[in-house]
Design a protein around this ligand. Sequence first.
Ligand SMILES: Nc1ncnc2c1ncn2[C@@H]1O[C@H](COP(=O)(O)OP(=O)(O)OP(=O)(O)O)[C@@H](O)[C@H]1O
Length: 223
Amino acid sequence: MIQLKNISKVFDSEEVESHVLTGLDLSIHQGEYISISGPSGSGKSTLLSILGLLDTPTSGDYYIDGVKVDSLSMHDSAKVRNEKIGFIFQSFNLIDELSVLENVMLPLKYNANWKDKNAIRTQAEECLKKVGLEHRMNHKPNQLSGGQQQRVGIARALVGSPSVLLVDEPTGNLDSKSGDLVLDVLNQLHAEGATICLVTHDPRYADLAHIKYKLSDGILETA
Ligand SMILES: Nc1ncnc2c1ncn2[C@@H]1O[C@H](COP(=O)(O)OP(=O)(O)OP(=O)(O)O)[C@@H](O)[C@H]1O
């Protein structure tokens, strides 16, 4: 379970102080599918960076599975990030020199809970099956369509069995048909028990989530 309590974020530069998030509370329970939408500049990426432990809040508390994670050292936050959080980005961020299978195996090579190479391989193969790409495992990412690359990104996010999938505009680089397919995969994963936090501009996709929030001027409201 993910819990943000009274989170604020202020960016302080020499000339201006920007209050981007103000007193934000958010709980994501296991198995929930939530969406966060909002206009450009409303703080969606900032919120996602805090949720993903890529940035720290100026004040407030953040708990993952009951553990306070808002003020961990870089080393500890990297460990929590690797074990508890799966990221799916707009730009797929795959490594072109590695095969599809190797891309999906990669996060487990840095995960202390996974030491056995065969087990890592089997887990990565399972995740590629879940996204319907078992027949493309030995391809390189640039031999796949955009939609297929995004599904590899989803398999890579799933491989460590994270507590939550943080999904940032997953269809931004895709045509609508491939985008719809990617969203179908997310729906399927949710049906199988995944916890999903989707950030999107697209109201059509935001509506697919079961709990919908709107972020406006740093304030989160139920949509
Ligand atoms: N490192 C930073 N320093 C100063 N201000 C920042 C920084 N990062 C973000 N901001 C400001 O915070 C506000 C929210 O930005 P953020 O990127 O979170 O919005 P967003 O909702 O994700 O926008 P978009 O949909 O366009 O990506 C903006 O006004 C932005 O200028």
